[in-house]
Design a protein around this ligand. Structure first.
Ligand SMILES: [Ca+2]
Length: 378
């Protein structure tokens, strides 16, 4: 079933992809723009402006576009939509409340860059929550480059931050990762289950305010954790002081290092902690030494715990074609970390098509001024 204009649409339909309002290719002009946070909005927030003549401009390369906005009683009654410089519609967003509302759609356009402008004519809040376009389209003019050598192109994707532990359904459900705890170890996975309401509470013959959660990432799966987050589950039982420790043997008998120490924290609100760590370790342990107290000071509970590390940069090798340029070109502003390990390599075979309109720039890099580390291709 295709979505229709005026409906709520909380995810892109098949053949579409969604781009959040925070995308750098979306230009907001006029005074008074603010970011409004609401969990009912796409990615939890949207830009809005109540002033008449406030504007949103974007360029999209797609055969179709949808605007995901909002409706409510105090919103703009007249948002003018211009497509390629021509007014195509005026939208009234005054209605009972609908978040992630599909307010405008056009399909059947030529596959090329088009301009879209939203102007708040009447005043009253105009929201931009997200844009849906072709699933192989993109916002902005192409501003990319590829490294070309011997009829192959090379593209480097920088390291990405990601959660080190996927959603768990038991202490061993994501091999080779094994999680354990100082007491009540059977429930430790519930701090990695993505559900804030389910918890680990160290208790044996009696309850305690101290305890540890240990993660064994497994041999060959060592991680360089640089960030973690804690959510307590219940006020008064929250971890307030702890050490984050790391080890390569898992004993934690003095061979370990302490990567991060915190005291007096309020983890009733999910809180992220970042620290510097240059090394990979197989074992990490959150060693909690006190709680916030208040709930008779005898319990400790942890609802959610997340660890974060980086992927290594990815080197993609492709044929030289327009589609590969669009899909794999490196954004012009990308800074490539040539000191990072380049362990991920992707080879993409695709029948070659002639590069269409556009220009190919060739530039000789002066390696005496810009030392380049060698990239070896296996
Ligand atoms: Ca949980």
């Amino acid at each position: 079933m295709m979505a229709t204009v005026g409906q709520q649409l909380t995810a892109p339909e098949s053949g579409w992809k969604r781009i959040d309002d925070l995308d750098n290719n979306i230009v907001y002009s006029g005074t008074g723009w603010e970011r409004w946070l609401d969990s009912g909005m796409y990615q939890g927030g949207a830009y809005r402006n109540t002033n008449a003549n406030s504007k949103v401009d974007l360029v999209f390369n797609s055969t179709k576009i949808r605007i995901i906005s909002a409706k409510n009683n105090d919103l703009s009654s007249n948002i003018e939509i211009k497509l390629d410089g021509v007014v195509v519609e005026n939208i009234n967003t005054v209605s009972s409340k609908i978040l992630q509302c599909l307010v405008y759609e056009i399909t059947g356009l030529e596959k090329k860059p088009h301009t879209l402008t939203m102007t708040n004519i009447s005043g009253g809040f105009m929201y931009l929550d997200a844009i849906d376009i072709d699933d192989n389209g993109h916002l902005g003019y192409l501003n990319k480059f590829l490294i070309l050598s011997n009829d192959k192109t090379y593209s480097i994707e920088n390291a990405q931050v990601y959660k080190s532990i996927p959603i768990l359904t038991s202490n061993t459900s994501s091999s080779p990762i094994v999680v354990s705890g100082s007491l009540n170890s059977g429930a430790v996975w519930q701090v990695f289950d993505g559900n804030k309401a389910t918890k680990w509470q160290p208790s044996g013959s009696s309850y305690t305010t101290k305890g540890w959660i240990k993660v064994d990432f497994g041999a060959g799966n060592e991680k360089r954790i640089f960030k973690y987050s804690i959510y307590a589950e219940r006020a008064g039982r929250q971890p307030s002081s702890w050490n984050l420790e790391a080890s390569n043997t898992g004993e934690f008998l003095g061979e370990h290092v302490i990567l991060d120490t915190r005291t007096g924290q309020n983890t009733n609100v999910e809180t992220e902690y970042t620290f510097s760590n240059d090394n990979k370790f197989r074992y990490y342990r959150l060693n909690i030494t006190s709680t916030g107290g208040g709930d008779t000071s005898t319990y400790l509970e942890v609802g959610e715990l997340n660890f974060y590390d980086y992927t290594n940069p990815t080197l993609t090798v492709t044929d030289f074609s327009e589609q590969n340029f669009i899909n794999h070109g490196i954004d012009k502003s990308t800074e490539i970390d040539l000191s990072a390990e380049m362990t991920n390599k992707i080879f993409i075979e695709q029948s070659s098509t002639t590069l269409g309109s556009g220009k190919v720039f060739k530039k000789v890099i002066d390696t005496t001024a810009t030392p380049i580390k060698s990239v070896s291709i296996e």
